[in-house]
Design a protein around this ligand. Sequence first.
Ligand SMILES: Cc1cc2nc3c(=O)[nH]c(=O)nc-3n(C[C@H](O)[C@H](O)[C@H](O)COP(=O)(O)OP(=O)(O)OC[C@H]3O[C@@H](n4cnc5c(N)ncnc54)[C@H](O)[C@@H]3O)c2cc1C
Length: 598
Amino acid sequence: MPSYSAPVDDTLFLLKDVFGYDRYADLPGFSDAPLDLVEAILREGGKFAEEVLQPLNQSGDRQGCVRNDDGTVTTPDGFRKAYQAFCENGWGTLAAHPDYGGQGLPHTLATVVNEFASSANMAFAMYPGLTAGAVAALTTHASEDLKKTFLPNMIAGTWTGTMNLTEPHCGTDLGLIRTKAVPQTDGSYRITGTKIFISAGEHDLAENIIHLVLARIEGAPEGTKGISLFVVPRNQVASDGTAGDANGVSCGSIEHKMGIHGNATCVMNFDDAAGWLVGEENKGLKAMFIMMNEARLGVAVQGLSQSEVAYQNAVTYAKDRLQGRSLTGPKSPDKPADPIIVHPDVRRTLMSIRAFNEAARALVIWTALHGDVSHRSDDEKARQFSDDMMGLMTPVLKGVLTDTGFANAVNAQQMYGGHGYIGEWGMEQFVRDARITMIYEGANGIQALDLVGRKLPANGGRAIMSFFNEVNTFLKENKDDKELAAFTGPLKKAMDDLQAATMWFMNNAMKNPDNAGAGSTDYMHLFGLTALGYMWARMALTIKAKLAEDAGGKADWFENKLAFGTFFMERTLPETSAHLARISSGSDTMMSVGADAF
Ligand SMILES: Cc1cc2nc3c(=O)[nH]c(=O)nc-3n(C[C@H](O)[C@H](O)[C@H](O)COP(=O)(O)OP(=O)(O)OC[C@H]3O[C@@H](n4cnc5c(N)ncnc54)[C@H](O)[C@@H]3O)c2cc1C
């Protein structure tokens, strides 16, 4: 049976020591959550994930969701009770707006709790995760009336939310959407169309399901310029505010899929369903982007979460499984063989996963803090800088944490040999669950294009220049620190590669856009590695300072952490050179042959 232990201490180290959580005390919500409260929230969140959600992960995977003949969907045993406990404990209210029943605490805290919940049970965590995204979109773009109608119940978890973009013929290219919206005299719309692959589209956890649906108002322009966003409840809202009559929304079927079996992936039919416009006509993509960006960060966290839980189990196994002898002589001479953790190649695998996870967690928290600043600060300059960092880092986190998260889950499975392939150990489930993270919320190839095609050139390259400036300033400030050289040296090299790649795009992608497309995935990973290296350098700086003073009885913990960081700088970060070489080779070869050559 797999197990999970939430990395609360590591998270507190990042929040408190590396990123100086106290510095944010003047932002709304932060003063309501001083560090002792943050610690209590994280410990409780960790406990809930470990004790309530994790025990349902394997059984939920085996049982899956079932669509009944009447179109209702039953979630796996135990999910309803766990969801009730989730709502009663207020986990969904953490960062939501106080005007509608939320606690208004930093969004960063909700992000961290989401990591714990997703590691414990990713399929379950998606139900409240999608609701949080829908709440964010409605909070930003809906009219006050719509907010009052939907938000309190969604925030309390009595109702859940979904996002409805995909149609059978329309995935990445949202300009192809056909679902139509017909205006009514009372200001509402009638929505008709079919959406596929809708996560949490139908289930038995909540009283009502609130769908955010992209559709085209009759007569709207073709393409993405003619798409609007609608809120469409499964059940009409009765005059007393509760779920009332059916509203022409039904689940036609659920998908039989590779993983996340505990989450219902539905074909949703909208038959003349009553819906209300969110934001402006034909500006639906802009409004939906609030939800999509929130969901992209959520999916990045899912990638990390599967990497983390798979790592934890692989370590337990590697300390226990006896096979072969250490190359330097027996380490457990009293036993028939040594535990496999003595073998350098096993250590290489485990260290590379953990070194990635710890830097990835740091980058998620760094970005989430920027998210809080961008939404809550009254300093316009700080808001703009943080908004730039969020925009830049969203595709990087989504693409890199999920590509590598999946690869890490496979590598952790490898530690089990043949036993990793067998269901009872749970490792193959982590691999299957992690796989979807690379696909949904914009397949990773699209994230890379978003980074190179949109985020880099935006505002004359302001965001990327700010990022360069921040890392270069760090390097300059610490250039004479010999103790930090094992971190600053490789980081400087990675920065040189990243700046060279950025320059290469400037010189070569304008005249031939295929050069941008051909190098975009490599650029996304080059960027991600550099940002992760920067996170390790910042962690190392903090640790050195801790070790120089009284490390509070945690000297071993800090020394071990430094070893994982050193491993990352020695072994993982140099991959930036290969990415630069691939980017600079351009698109000529791959575009030189016709489609029939493949
Ligand atoms: C389990 C599951 C849950 C999902 N949940 C939801 C949900 O809740 N709501 C929702 O709306 N959707 C959901 N989806 C849909 C998901 O977001 C889409 O599958 C995804 O966006 C890709 O669309 P597609 O499958 O049509 O692939 P396509 O768009 O057909 O893409 C196929 C491949 O071509 C590549 N590609 C396409 N265009 C380009 C381009 N211009 N340049 C380079 N490469 C390109 C893509 O990267 C991809 O690898 C879910 C899907 C699954 C499987």
